[in-house]
Design a protein around this ligand. Structure first.
Ligand code: GN1
Ligand code: MG
Length: 339
């Protein structure tokens, strides 16, 4: 394994001296590795899933625009290395894509939290990220994954998965399919609204994509693959989906999946303390719905992938997407009692 990594690193350094490589994180799409050099330097190397990110160059270009802009404001952000040929990624002979960034030492992230301080700080971190990019033109960013959070498109994807029933699993999830159909109109109303501004958003703000310093101040947002034009609700809502769930996203014991409304209030308070300077009234009006919207979108995406035979998300065991879908639908049910 060390050899393969050394060969890729030779695209970035004349003489890379690697001391250790270990798998890192639990992303559902890319593969990440933490690499130590003999001199103590530490990097994060990632194999980009190019079936999901079909335009790697365009994605890295978006990321570069965003990170350069944040850095120009004196704020911390991800720092990618260029190859010796001057690109932010490299493609190997076997057709895989790789990139390299500095590892943010002295930082940490959370899978779940019960802390109101962390919740408020997370709200401020999301608002800061959006404000920091608010003076860029969304037209200069490509849509990395077209219709990524477009509910209509996600519903069509689920309907196709149901129609195809490729993995012959439909009979195991009839209840989830019925529940998802009963709710879709609640959320489609959001897309019927006019005048909700398109901004530059992160689009994957699960709690563990927010780095904190050792003393729990927000440091920066990571996993910038899906930075592109979007609604602020996608970012606001994906935090709600992940942080205000009392369990992890593949929890099998659904009784453990509850919505932490008090934590939600702290998060919203932190977010609005900064975001109220730039949000429109209409954006604020839809904030409370956005947690449910993002949970609904993820629920039907996991369900569609389960029906398709696990083509998209990495799974650790055969029923993983089944558990993930159940978990999101349970969370959604809980959310309905509060927001
Ligand atoms: C995927 O790989 P990861 O975990 O950062 C997905 C997100 C989902 C998330 C669910 C490009 O992100 O949309 O919210 O899984 N990213 C893509 O945990 O599909
Ligand atoms: Mg991601």
């Amino acid at each position: 394994m060390k050899n393969t990594f050394e060969n890729i690193l030779k695209e970035f350094f004349a003489n890379p001296l690697v001391s250790s490589v270990s798998e890192y994180g639990n992303g559902h799409i890319n593969d990440s590795y933490k690499i130590y050099f003999e001199n103590g330097d530490c990097y994060l190397m990632q194999r980009i899933n190019h079936k999901v990110f079909t335009n790697v160059e365009g994605m890295m270009d978006n990321i570069q625009k965003a990170t350069a802009h944040i850095a120009s404001k004196g704020k911390p952000t991800l720092n990618f290395l260029k190859t010796l040929k001057g690109k932010y990624f490299t493609k190997t002979a076997d057709g895989t894509y790789w990139r390299l960034m500095h590892f943010e030492k002295g930082t940490k992230s959370y899978e779940t939290t019960l802390s109101h301080e962390i919740a408020e700080a997370t709200g401020r971190a999301i608002a800061d990220f959006q404000i920091d990019l608010s003076d860029l033109d969304p037209k200069d960013f490509i849509e990395v994954i077209p219709e990524f959070h477009n509910l209509d498109a996600r519903i069509v994807q689920l309907e196709e998965a149901i129609g195809d029933n490729k993995a012959k699993r439909l009979h195991t999830v009839e209840n989830l399919v019925a529940y998802s159909k009963s709710l879709q109109h609640d959320f489609l109303r959001f897309y019927d609204e006019d005048d909700i501004p398109i901004r530059i958003t992160h689009n994957d703000t699960k709690l563990n994509n927010i780095l904190f310093t050792e003393d729990d101040s927000p440091y920066c947002l990571v996993d910038l693959d899906t930075v592109m034009p979007g609604y602020i609700h996608y970012d606001f809502g994906d935090v709600v989906r992940t942080m205000c769930n009392t369990a992890v996203d593949d929890e099998k014991d659904l009784d453990k999946v509850q919505f932490n409304y008090k934590l939600y209030q702290s998060y919203k308070k932190g977010y609005l303390s900064i975001a109220k300077q730039f949000l429109t009234e209409k954006e604020i009006k839809w904030l409370d719905v956005s947690g449910k919207l993002m949970t609904y979108i993820m629920a039907i995406r996991f369900l569609a992938d389960y029906l398709n035979g696990d083509e998209y998300y990495k799974i650790n065991y055969p029923m993983h997407n089944y558990d993930r879908a159940h978990c999101q639908f349970k969370l959604l049910k809980e959310m309905y009692q509060y927001i």
